[in-house]
Ligand binder design. Sequence first.
Ligand SMILES: Cc1cc2nc3c(=O)[nH]c(=O)nc-3n(C[C@H](O)[C@H](O)[C@H](O)COP(=O)(O)O)c2cc1C
Length: 218
Amino acid sequence: MELSLTDHATVSRIIRSRRSIRHYRPDPVPAALLRELVDLALEAPSSFNLQSRSVVVVADEPGRKALTEATGGQPHPQEAPVTVVFVAESGAWREDRGDIWEQARRGGAWSDRFAAASPEDARAFHEDPRRRGLEREYAVKDAMIAASFLMLAAHAAGLATSPMNGWDEGEVKKAVGIADRDDLHIALLVPLGYPAETRLHPGRRDRSLTVFHETYGR
Ligand SMILES: Cc1cc2nc3c(=O)[nH]c(=O)nc-3n(C[C@H](O)[C@H](O)[C@H](O)COP(=O)(O)O)c2cc1C
C-alpha cells in the first residue's frame, strides 16, 4: 500500500496527542466502531505470528463492576462503558495453531515450505524462554503491542483510553472467566470510551537520557 506524507503527519499527530484518560462520559461506544477498533488491535505484530494474546471486551454491568473491584475502585473501569482486557496466552506455542500457518500459506504470504516449518520453529524457539521461566513474558509482549494499537486507533476515532497496571490478577481472571487457567495471564486493562476530561502532556525525559547510539549510555 502506498502511503503519503499526509498519512505520516496524521499518525504523528495521533501519537503525540494521545493521553491516558481517567474519567469517561457514559455514552456507549457504537458496536461497529468497537468491533473495528478491536480488529485494528489484532493487526498488531506478534512473535512468529503466533498471536499469543486475546482480548475480552467487557461492557455489561456485572463485568464492569467486577473489574472496578479488581482495580481497587479506580474511576476509569467504573466510568468507561467498555474495558478491554488483554490476555497473554503463554501456552500458545505448545498448541496446534494450524489455522495461523494455513492462513498465511493460503494467502501467499508464506511459502509452503516456510509455513510447514513454522510450527516446529516456533516450538524450538520457545524452549529457551520456557527453561528460563519467561513464557509469560513472551506472551505479554504480544498482548502489550496489541494494546498499543488499540489505544492509538481509539484516539484517532475520538475515543479515549488508559492503560492500567493497577489490579489484582486473580480478581481480573475471575471477572473474565479464566480463574482456573494457569496458561492465561492478564497483561493489561484498557478502559475505552468518550473522554470526560482533558489532560496535559506530562512530558518525556530528555532524549539525551533515553536515546543512545550503539551501546547503552552513550
Ligand atoms: C503499563 C502501564 C500501566 C499503567 N497503569 C495505570 C494505572 O493502573 N492507573 C492509571 O491511572 N494510569 C496507568 N497508566 C498510565 C500512565 O500513568 C501514563 O501513561 C503516564 O502517566 C503518561 O501519561 P500519558 O499516557 O498521558 O502520556 C499506565 C501506563 C502504562 C504504560
